[in-house]
Design a protein around this ligand. Structure first.
Ligand code: GRF
Length: 226
């Protein structure tokens, strides 16, 4: 925890919210020096809303349709984030593409988690596409968000070996369990003041991170490669 107290987080969701819950639980346990100040869902029916309520985390719904279109929606999101005084904004299964203006405004304090080893398999349906491509390794990536979709600097990747005959569903489950480890870990590094984005480079303990940190599925082992 820094002298300023725990880092305040705003988490944007559209669906299940399991990454949001993993982060909120890690905050509650004291695993990371952060607190979830606000969860925002852009879908009223998102199961993650109930999950946030069950965790005692403030949650609000801001729907694009109700806000009156994309620009008004983003303005409403930005205003809610501003009011929450969040120092870090986490996209966690948030299914809207944010405008370059929104992304630029939050640059360096906007993260996303993506279910592939970026830069491989940007976009949707990553597990099926990884299998179709015959990948031997797959996983998930936590990255800073830039205007390029799923293209920002990658902080940390959770990596697994694809099993023979593996289905997309089993891969999805294994990757999700990795996500629940790596997203809190990446947030923790930022909350501890150890990691930040400067220009286009990630700095870890003051030095450029040459390649993403890696967390292996098998033993929770992590290393910096490259
Ligand atoms: C995760 O697979 C994440 O990588 C992707 O959307 C999914 C969200 O799952 N961006 P959940 O809502 O956190 O359970």
């Amino acid at each position: 925890m820094s002298a300023r107290g725990p880092l305040a987080l705003a988490i944007l969701i559209s669906g299940r919210g399991s990454n949001m819950a993993a982060i909120a639980e890690s905050c509650r346990r004291g695993g990371i020096a952060a607190r979830v100040e606000l969860v925002i869902s852009d879908r009223r029916e998102a199961p993650g809303i109930g999950a946030a309520e069950a965790l005692g985390v403030p949650v609000t719904v801001i729907e694009a349709f109700a806000a009156g279109g994309r620009a008004a929606h983003e303005a409403a999101l930005a205003a809610a984030i501003e009011r929450s005084a969040a120092g870090l904004v986490l996209l966690a299964g948030f299914m809207r593409i944010l405008s370059p203006q929104f992304v630029a405004h939050h640059r360096g304090r906007l993260l996303n988690i993506h279910p592939s080893l970026l830069p491989k398999h940007r976009g949707l349906d990553t597990h099926r596409r990884a299998l179709a491509a015959g990948e031997r390794e797959h996983g998930a990536s936590v990255h800073f968000v830039t205007a390029e979709l799923d293209g920002g600097p990658v902080i940390l990747q959770g990596r697994l070996t694809v099993a023979p005959g593996e289905s997309a569903a089993s891969l999805a489950g294994r990757v999700l369990r990795l996500e629940h480890r790596i997203y809190p870990r990446a947030v923790g590094l930022i909350a501890d003041g150890r990691l930040r984005l400067e220009q286009d480079a990630i700095l870890l303990d003051g030095s450029p991170l040459g390649s993403p940190l890696i967390e292996e599925e098998a033993h929770g082992a992590e290393r910096a490669c490259g």
